[in-house]
Write a protein that binds this ligand. Structure first.
Ligand code: NDP
Ligand code: 8X3
Length: 258
């Protein structure tokens, strides 16, 4: 397939691990320059050095907590004066806890809503404004099958991803008449640090999520993201759902015994 990504600039939120990191690697290999954001600066710096050396692209690290509107403004606004962003991957996100709503922790809810929904909005407001001025750009939001089907204990996480799906539709509507494209990518189970974060380092709980079947890898998601972002300008893939073959919906997971 023709490479339409070479020389473009991509901003990825949450590039320090998992899907964001795999997307950074895939886009750099395709010749994209990168703006990488996240809170764990050391991990971002290491990735930036690796990709600059290996792929000969320019990589800039922008340490930023997306849930802090002042930090987003302070960090992104000056960066956007220097760089025109062609691709935005809104990937930063997390789940915390798996309790029924009535036993949920308010602090968990606030962090999920502030990161997955409000963080995405703070970043997109600035980047999409620049894309509108340039009449070009591609936004890819990480949704989830959790945003389509509620599962026990998923409550607030599911609601944040449902919001991401609706915001993707809303961004497409708001971009009507421009050349801005918006995609929502909704994965099922992907083996990343996601469950380490959700269960706050409880190894047994984390391992149980991926036991007895082959989950998706971050690379699988990056491959799909690359396909979506490399389509010609008249193609706007708006919503894609991707799951491991063993999983048919959040409930239906075929696990092998033993
Ligand atoms: P990881 O935990 O591996 O990665 C999450 C990334 O988000 C990290 O780079 C983290 O960086 C960043 N992040 C989290 N909070 C913030 C914050 N407040 N500010 C800035 N960055 C933040 O998980 P995944 O790669 O799996 O998750 C990526 C996205 O994919 C999420 O939106 C998740 O909801 C979604 N997803 C994941 C699935 C899965 O099964 N793994 C399935 C469906 C969707 P740092 O800690 O350095 O800030
Ligand atoms: C992450 C996938 O089903 O564990 O969004 O919530 S799930």
């Amino acid at each position: 397939m023709e490479n339409r990504l070479k020389g473009k600039t991509a901003l990825i939120t949450g590039a320090s691990s998992g899907i964001g990191k795999a997307c950074a690697r895939a886009l750099a290999a395709a010749g994209c320059h990168l703006l990488l954001t996240g809170r764990r600066v050391e991990k971002l710096e290491r990735l930036a050095r690796e990709l600059e050396e290996k792929e000969a692209v320019a990589v800039i690290v922008l340490p930023m907590d997306v849930s802090d509107p002042d930090a987003v403004e302070r960090t992104l606004a000056p960066a956007l004066e220097r760089h025109a962003v062609d691709i935005l991957i809104n990937n930063a996100g997390l789940a915390l806890g798996l309790e029924p709503l009535d036993r949920g922790q308010v602090e968990h809810w606030e962090r999920m809503i502030d990161t997955n929904v409000k963080g995405l909005l703070y970043v997109t407001r600035l980047v999409m404004a620049q894309m509108r001025e340039r009449d070009r750009g591609h936004i890819l939001n990480l949704g989830s099958i959790a945003g389509e089907t509620a599962y026990p204990g998923g409550n607030v996480y599911c609601a944040t991803k449902a919001a991401v799906h609706m915001l993707g539709d809303a961004m497409n509507v708001d971009a009507m008449g421009t050349r801005i494209r918006v995609a929502t990518l909704a994965p099922g189970a992907v083996d990343t640090e996601f469950s380490d974060v959700r269960f706050e380092g409880d190894r047994a709980k984390r391992d149980a999520v991926y036991a007895g079947y082959e989950p998706l890898t971050a690379q699988d998601i990056a491959d799909l993201a690359l396909y979506i972002l490399n389509t010609p300008e008249h193609v706007n893939i708006q919503h894609v759902r991707i799951m491991p073959t063993a999983q048919r919906n959040p409930y239906l997971l075929h696990r092998k015994e033993g």
